[in-house]
Design a protein around this ligand. Structure first.
Ligand SMILES: *[C@@H]1O[C@H](CO)[C@@H](O)[C@H](O)[C@H]1NC(C)=O
Ligand SMILES: *[C@@H]1O[C@H](CO)[C@@H](O)[C@H](O)[C@H]1NC(C)=O
Length: 597
């Protein structure tokens, strides 16, 4: 029996006992592994496995098994390198499957027009909270809350009292008129409460603080009556006050705000892009690293990096700024749990291990580095082409220096424009940029898998570099910013805006896919239909004929098509397709021409 035939019946192998059994089992484990990475289908995985076992003895359920497995991947585009074992090196600069996706945040056909200011239920004042990017998430949610309440939003006030103590106003950072005009089809936004209401207004305005992650219904039940009564309500400390999961329309509104309505003011935009140009003039592409190895971050997270009493004392002093921090764990425990940023040296080692050469240009976005120049030195040795904003411009930066939010905006721009962005904590800037980069076409964002890497760094001296490197690569699988590495709804929406990521429709205009049994090419016409003449009825065994009869249903392959690449039982690349009706085809393939519009 030929291996290709066996694969043909598998979709998850295990099915036909033959001399390639071992290899096929490997393929199946791989599929199982992917199911594991994607927990809601774990149940399906169990079914798959059970069916597989049964089919070992009967052979009958082969096509069902295939069908189930294809159902599993429906609406998903599992990208894998040819051969599909998932262990091949990937292009570290660019996700190869990014081209199959695009950001989408259009309003649906039944989206109601915005309420007019004069008919709105009142004016919503918002006091954003935290640093620049935390405020950005808050303002995004504020727009959605205004939409839920049919309220008029007053341009939000920024936080002047956070850890960063920045006096900047919204208009110093973001283009206010742009913000108002982009959102005009969603909600009315005004710069200030009209005088008519101002005169009647208590001073300060009536304030409310809603619980974290409140559902839309909470706003309707608790905030709306007050808003109607008082006309003006201020929501304070507004960060993460709206639930993560919302209806698709509201999620898409979040994307319109976050990715379209915010535009930095001209001076920030100009300087940010000047830095980007300077990087690009030196190298075609660059990595931006958000080090965030800053004293407040380390202290807040309760991290310890082996600096003895000096470090314990210094970070301990900073910890006193916050009340209610959890008790410190024993030295190093937080790091083992993956709760701490990597040191700059470790970030450098990770990047080199992943395959970035020493001639790579890196831009380091950071505030004050804990330990200063000394801490940075090992990273600079690994990447001599090392730049910060202070190294690229000096005088032009001066006007911004007193304003941490404006400096953060400049770093945001350079990181956003980078080819590869490396985060080093799960803070707000890291999340916001990771989400934005997905929306903007899945430019790579590397998140260090701190928990796994931590253990590896401890062992580094005990293994050759090549071993270390391959272990780092394996630890980083699923943390490289690939489109399908995250499960929708699991992550914070700002980090993974799943409602705003669309898959491009496929059009199969030409394809040569070999029928695994007859070796005849399968042909598709320009409509993407499988031409019936290329279908060869299966003759061998019950499972074959069952699948064979499915072929004659003439699937129309269109935008709902899923493609699975896998390892052929002879070690060749293989493909399976599933269509909306659950029909699947498999075979060894080459060449395959995909067109996407
Ligand atoms: C907001 O306005 C829409 C119609 O534009 C209406 O269906 C909805 O009930 C209103 N909601 C509130 C809270 O007023
Ligand atoms: C990179 O490393 C090589 C040796 O491995 C060295 O010759 C070269 O000068 C280094 N490049 C830079 C930019 O430091």
């Amino acid at each position: 029996m030929r291996g290709s035939k066996a694969w043909r019946n598998s979709g998850g192998a295990l099915v036909l006992a033959n001399n390639n059994h071992r290899k096929k089992l490997k393929y199946n484990q791989h599929r199982w592994h992917r199911c594991w990475l994607w927990p809601p289908v774990m149940v399906c995985g169990v079914i798959l496995f059970a069916l597989g076992l049964i089919s070992l003895f009967t052979g009958h359920v082969a096509s069902n098994l295939e069908w189930y497995s294809q159902k599993l991947v429906k609406h998903r585009f599992w990208y894998n390198k040819r051969g599909g074992s998932g262990h091949e090196s990937i292009d570290i600069w660019k996700s190869e499957s990014s081209k199959f996706y695009y950001g989408c945040s259009e309003r649906g056909p039944n989206y109601a027009p915005p309420v007019h200011e004069s008919l709105s239920n009142g004016y919503l004042l918002i006091a954003a909270s935290g640093g620049l990017n935390q405020q950005r998430t808050g303002i995004t949610d504020a727009v959605v809350v205004a939409r839920i309440l049919n309220a008029t939003l007053v341009v939000p006030e920024l936080d002047h009292y956070s850890f960063w103590k920045d006096d900047s106003e919204f208009a110093n950072i973001f283009d206010v008129d742009w913000f108002i005009s982009i959102l005009a089809k969603d909600i009315p936004v005004v710069k200030r409460v009209p005088d008519k209401y101002m005169r009647a207004l208590e001073k300060p305005p009536y304030t409310m603080r809603v619980p974290r992650k409140s559902e839309p219904q909470y706003y309707l039940d608790e905030v709306l009556p007050t808003l109607l009564r008082r006309h003006v309500v201020q929501l304070t400390k507004f960060d993460y006050r709206l639930a993560n999961d919302l209806s698709e329309e509201l999620q898409r509104l979040r994307c319109r705000v976050n990715y379209h309505a915010f535009r930095f003011t001209k001076p920030l935009h100009k300087l940010g892009h000047k830095l980007v140009m300077k990087m690009r003039n030196m190298a075609n592409r660059y990595i931006a690293v958000h080090l965030r190895f800053e004293p407040d971050m380390l202290a807040f997270s309760g991290c310890y990096y082996g600096g003895g009493d000096k470090e314990r004392y210094e970070l301990g002093e900073i910890r006193k700024r916050w009340t209610n921090l959890p008790d410190l764990l024993p030295d190093g425990e937080q790091r083992k749990r993956g709760k701490c940023p990597l040191t700059p040296h470790e970030v450098g080692l990770m990047l080199r291990a992943l395959g970035f050469n020493n001639d790579t240009y890196i831009y380091v976005a950071s505030g004050e580095i804990y330990g200063g120049e000394e801490t940075l030195q090992p990273l600079r040795e690994l990447f001599p082409n090392f730049y910060t904003k202070e190294m690229l411009v000096t005088e032009e930066l001066l006007p911004f220096l007193p304003f941490s939010s404006r400096l953060a905006a400049i770093d945001y721009i350079v990181c956003d424009e980078s080819d590869v962005f490396v985060t080093n904590n799960n803070g707000n800037m890291a999340k916001i940029l990771a989400g934005r980069r997905r929306y903007m076409g899945h430019k790579r964002t590397i998140r260090p898998n701190a928990r796994k890497l931590g253990a590896l760094f401890l062992q580094r001296e005990k293994m050759p570099w090549t071993t270390f490197s391959s272990k780092v690569k394996s630890a980083q699988r699923g943390f490289m910013g690939e489109p399908d590495e995250m499960k929708p709804g699991r992550a914070d929406f700002h980090e993974y805006p799943s409602s705003c990521i669309c898959k491009k429709p496929f059009i199969f205009s030409y394809m040569s896919l070999e029928d695994p049994v007859s070796n005849a090419p399968l042909a598709f016409n320009s409509q993407g239909e499988l031409s019936a003449s290329s279908l060869v009825p299966r003759g061998e065994g019950p499972s074959n004929s069952e699948v064979g009869s499915q072929y004659t249903d003439t699937p129309v392959i269109d935008r709902d098509l899923s493609l699975v690449t896998g390892e052929h039982s002879e070690g060749k690349p293989a493909l399976a397709f599933s269509t909306p009706t659950g029909i699947s085809l498999g075979g060894s393939s080459e060449p395959l021409t995909l067109h996407w519009s």
